[in-house]
Design a protein around this ligand. Structure first.
Ligand SMILES: [Zn+2]
Length: 191
């Protein structure tokens, strides 16, 4: 309860239209922000829906800002520690899912995976091809989504985020260390 009210208090600018949020606040937070490596809190539907709606609105606004450069975004990537993510389901349509869990997976699929929180890098990763996702809609209705290929990959990537894992946590230790060093160097060059 406390954490939710604190977060809402920190977002006074979302009372107005989303377009009034300063552009800088419409960016995904980057590694090593600790919120990215902290597991998120499950959404309690008995609580006031305000924080859920704020999270949904902000995730949509950030996704729209990235446009084609992003497939989805997790709430902790915009500094909100809730178990929610949003993703593109059509040219102009974004869906938000709450309390997602991957309950079944099978097969293998190689894919070059990037992340808004680790900009400038991508990793060739093999993960399960088909996954079954259980989640809730914004109104609490339970949904079961079978997916494969890129959509299945997106679900795994976002659920990892919500569990406090980043894409390089799926690499072996040596490759992960190299990747983190390279990202640190990239970040220093950008500053
Ligand atoms: Zn990501």
């Amino acid at each position: 309860m406390t954490i939710h009210s604190v977060i809402i208090d920190e977002l006074p600018d979302t009372d107005g239209p989303i377009s009034v949020i300063p552009p800088k606040k419409l960016e995904a937070v980057r590694y090593p922000d600790p919120i990215l490596t902290t597991p998120t809190t499950p959404v309690d539907f008995d609580l006031n829906p305000g924080y859920r709606l704020v999270a949904q609105a902000k995730m949509e606004a950030v996704l729209r800002r990235y446009g084609e450069n992003a497939l989805g975004i997790a709430a902790n990537q915009i500094s909100l520690p809730f178990r929610m993510f949003s993703y593109w389901v059509g040219p102009d349509k974004i869906r938000t899912l709450v309390n997602p869990e991957i309950v079944e997976s099978s097969g293998h699929f190689e894919f070059q995976e990037g992340c808004l929180s680790i900009p400038g890098m991508s990793f060739n990763l093999s993960r399960p091809d088909k996954v079954l996702l259980l989640a809730q809609e914004m109104d609490g209705k339970e949904v079961e989504i079978e997916s494969e290929g890129v959509l299945g990959r997106l679900f795994q990537h976002e659920v990892d985020h919500l569990n406090g894992l980043l894409v390089w946590d799926r690499l072996d230790t040596h490759k992960r260390q190299i990747a983190k060093r390279r990202f640190k160097k990239l970040s220093n060059e950008r500053n």
